[in-house]
Design a protein around this ligand. Sequence first.
Ligand SMILES: [Zn+2]
Length: 139
Amino acid sequence: MTIVEGKYNYYYCTNTELHPNGEVIQIRTTEENPRCPYCGAVMTYGRYWGPLPATQLKEAKGSPYWWVRLGDVAEYERFDTLEEAQKHVEDATGKPFSEAHWINKYGFTLGPYQGLNYISFFEGDEEAQPTEQHLYGKP
Ligand SMILES: [Zn+2]
């Protein structure tokens, strides 16, 4: 645990059942040990990298496509909707999307795709360039 006084630190709260849209809340603040603005619990220090509720993976304006790459040697595949992209991942892995373990804002591990062979999954433009940091409710 590294709290730097006077600097911004990240905190998160995973009491999703107590949040208005069932989301994981993440905030960036100079306050130490802040309480969750929705449920009042003392928040956990650090960035959140765990699985996110599907409700939080909403499509953002200005990001026309969802891009998926199954492992580090596959090609990027383009989808028009989040639902299609999620179904593709579930069909390819035989696992429910809800078991995805996010390792960064661009992808997750699931089923046979582990470690550096993870699944890329993000919103992006025609060139497969990410256009939205969609994983976090609050930057
Ligand atoms: Zn909370």
